[in-house]
Design a protein around this ligand. Structure first.
Ligand SMILES: C[S@@+](CC[C@H](N)C(=O)[O-])C[C@H]1O[C@@H](n2cnc3c(N)ncnc32)[C@H](O)[C@@H]1O
Length: 436
């Protein structure tokens, strides 16, 4: 296939980025990933880019020739399938049920991970309690939005439907205020402009914002903070490196609240302007409760638990209710201090242990456990291991290494999947393992 070529594509299943995956010219053909088309559909697509060395090509759907029975009109005006360009909610053209079925198919086809179902979230819209925006446009014309997937092109997100209404309203108010004040977005090519990103969080009532700028500019962030009364707390941060790092240096308080008290599973944690917060706390609560129970939801046998990648400590607190003793492990200094332990990497923590606990609970970042942690868990012959994973690719690799035959091999007892971010291709997994 060549750039610009148009072809008919039979789409087999959903890919991890939300594109439909098919093969050009039959099963042996080149893998084509086409945005805007789903498993079981046939479409006329245009090839946008062919990987030079890789075996993939990327395409855009021009016309749907055979539609999925769960297709619908996306209800968001920003959606790339209609007048907008936003690619965040790639699955919005499907009903929520069809989205969950497509995610389950994706897990099996792309990663060999089999689940009974992807469990529905309580709300399909307005669920996102923490969000980020990228600033685009010159002074007077600033817009807040996102990058079109895989590009640096801007997409508008005004009135975003998956964000909590307070977050969406705050983002829109910041955009208007920035236009009135003549604030420009930092432009990498020209070097002009100041504002780069905006981080937003809500507890459902109050909103905390952090303005990330290219250089320190107290007058600008103060003027913007004063111009948006919708914000209950404002901080600022500097990100002077070019590239895609959305988090700036340490957040500096500008006005109002410095943190929000976020409650999850009855445990309260203070979250600052740039701190980690589960975007969908309602689904996170369900996942955390499932993580600290047996696969059928019953209580775990008591004893010692290790809570690996403990973060804000919600699972540590839940485990303390269920177990005799809990030792958390966390490498981020601020979180480790709040947990009352020394900051430590999980591999290093496990390497110092001679005896296995009754259970290890792990909620690693997207890159997963990795070979070193897997080796330590096998060496300790940990009798029970529960992993909550936001990255299916890494989980598939970790499961293969954990269950490969040999000493300390595990057996996968159950795998559950949660629809953490409806309308998007994101899915979170919970694996329950015991010694084989
Ligand atoms: C997906 S978050 C989970 C956080 C926690 N479950 C929560 O909700 O607050 C992953 C956590 O692991 C920590 N982390 C990342 N790599 C680590 C490592 N190698 N060793 C220990 N902790 C790590 C991060 O700082 C982060 O808090």
């Amino acid at each position: 296939v060549r750039n610009g070529e148009k072809l008919h594509l039979e789409v087999d299943h959903l890919g991890l980025t939300g594109a439909g995956v098919g093969r050009a010219g039959g099963v042996e053909g080149r893998r084509v990933e086409a945005q805007g088309v789903f498993g079981g559909e046939r479409a006329l697509v245009r090839i946008d880019h062919v990987q030079k060395r890789g075996a993939r090509a990327f395409a855009t759907a021009l016309e749907i020739l055979r539609a999925h029975e769960g297709r619908r009109e996306p209800m968001c005006k920003n959606h790339a399938g209609g007048e907008g360009r936003c690619t965040g909610c790639a699955l919005m053209p499907l009903t929520e049920r069809a989205q969950r079925e497509a995610k389950a198919e994706m897990l099996e086809a792309e990663f060999g991970l089999r689940v009974d179902e992807v469990e529905a979230a309580p709300a399909a819209l307005g669920y996102r309690m923490s969000a980020k925006r990228v600033a685009f446009g010159s002074a007077g014309r600033l817009r807040l939005g996102s990058f079109v997937r895989g590009t640096h092109r801007p997409a508008r997100m005004a009135g975003c439907l998956v964000d909590h209404p307070r977050i969406a309203a705050a983002a829109d108010a910041i955009e208007s205020a920035a236009q009135r004040l003549g604030v420009g977005a930092f432009d990498e090519r020209s070097g002009h402009g100041d504002l780069r990103y905006v981080w937003l969080k809500t507890d459902g009532e109050r909103v905390l914002a952090c303005f990330v700028t290219i250089a320190r500019d107290e007058a600008l962030v103060r003027a913007l903070a004063e111009a948006v009364p919708e914000l209950d707390g404002v901080a600022c941060s500097v990100q002077s490196e070019t590239g895609n790092a959305l988090r700036g240096g340490a957040a500096v308080h500008v006005r109002g609240l410095e943190t929000l008290a976020i409650e999850s599973c009855g445990v309260r944690a203070q979250v600052g302007a740039l701190g980690f917060m589960q975007p969908n706390p309602a689904v996170a609560e369900r996942m955390y409760r499932a993580l600290v129970a047996a696969p059928d939801g019953s209580a775990l046998p008591r004893g010692l638990a290790f809570d690996l990648y403990a973060g804000a400590g919600v699972t540590t607190a839940l485990l303390r209710e269920a177990m005799d003793e809990v030792t958390p492990c966390e490498s981020y200094a601020e979180s480790a201090a709040a947990l009352g332990v020394e900051a430590m990497e999980v591999a290093e923590f496990l390497a110092t242990r001679k005896e296995a606990p009754s259970i290890c609970v792990a909620n690693p970042p997207r890159k997963g456990l990795g070979p070193e942690v897997v080796r330590e868990l096998r060496r300790l012959e940990v009798p029970r291991l529960h992993i909550l994973a936001c990255g299916p690719a890494a989980l598939a690799r970790d499961l293969e290494a954990l269950t490969a035959s040999g000493d300390g091999a595990f057996r996968l007892e159950r795998l559950r999947a949660f629809d953490t971010l409806p309308q998007t291709p994101h899915v979170e997994l919970l694996a329950f393992l015991t010694q084989a």
